[in-house]
Design a protein around this ligand. Sequence first.
Ligand code: GUN
Ligand code: FE
Length: 461
Amino acid sequence: MAVVVMQAWAAGSCKSTTSRHSKEQVADTRQPVKIYKANILYTPSAERLEVLAGGYIVVDANGRVEGTYPSLPEHLKDYPVTDYGDQLLIPAMNDLHLHAPQYRNTGIAMDMQLLEWLETYTFPEENRFASVDYARNIYSRFVHDLWLHGTMRSSIFASIHPQATMLLADLIDQSGMGAMVGLVGMNRNCPEYLQRSTCDYVSDMRQLIEHLEGMPRVSPILTPRFIPSCTDDMLDTISAIARQYNLPVQSHLSENPSEIEWVKQLQPESANYGDAYYRHGLFGHTPTLMAHCVHTDGEELELMARQGVVAVHCPTSNSNLASGTARVRHLMDGGVKVALGSDISGGNTMSMVAVMQHALQVSKIVQARTQGREKSLTVSEVMWLATKSGGAFFGQIGSFEPGYEFDALVIDDSNLASGHDYTLMQRLERFIYLGTPANITHRYCSGKDLPEPKIADIYNK
Ligand code: GUN
Ligand code: FE
């Protein structure tokens, strides 16, 4: 079956789908065109928070950072400077795991654990995206909320519905933000109404890929929901497509004890949950995101590190669905790449700033539980996770080092800081613990100051 489907895929008109993972911009000039002055903070590495009080950042014509300077270099003295005064300038947020069709369920229905939660609340809501009108209503609000919270790049699970998913991609493209968008693959262990055959998934994905051609910052990602939702045939076929067209993959891993037990029964030959993906060629064979990894340890952790699979830590979701406390320090010490995700609607907030805060707090619970062996995360580390570490999945995103795309937030924290002598580092810390979208005055993606996206004017049926 997998072979037949692959032939159908190859016979289709899916041109130039190679190397879709990172879309290069055409470099035409290195001439600096924009200079910004502000209190600049960014994290070139997990432990290193770079702070430039009243510094300058120079952005070239392609929207990439040319350099940061404590004072304006002589040769740039004649260029106009956008002066953000005493505001903070930080890299924009990157959300590496969230479900757009669960947006309406955000902040409700979190009284169950994963498998029951999916059946009771999540699958029925996702089914509503068979209607493009419903999708336009919800997805326009979803895209607005990404912008509002300063999340300039995201890796999104859509639903099984191609029309609604293409609409979602259109809305993100129009907003100027960047995203990877995946049609969800599922053909077993869920209601009939959410099942798509492997063949249909392949042709739907091809349609999506063609639709995204020409969108500079929106690209496709293969999205098998998780092992229980996909037959061997579907997993093998998705893996073949991933490798043939070098497409990234996203899924869920080791989130909940009942889920892990179920995967053991479904894939008895696999040494662990991660190995089940590995055996089907979906574990780092192309760039791979695995959400949660709450219970990942031992051989599964080693396999993730060896395969370069990114663990997407979703602390708000893990608390809401009583999944547990992910051991981020243990993952990082074991050489696993880590990023952060809101996991809407397991997570209760689109704010990656709130997710950073919760990551800090959960890491302290883990520290206490391990009698101090697994040390809690620092402010610099969570900032790095939400910016440079997550951004790496999209290209040179999430830092202000030369060559990085200028994805940035301007933060007016005067309501949090005025009248006090906080250091810039403390002001960042207070923004993480106390900040709201009202503190964000500008949102830049790839060098552009993005205007507020429109919300669809459709009656909420
Ligand atoms: N595992 C499979 N599907 C889902 C989902 O929609 N949300 C979460 N949190 N875990 C999942
Ligand atoms: Fe999820």
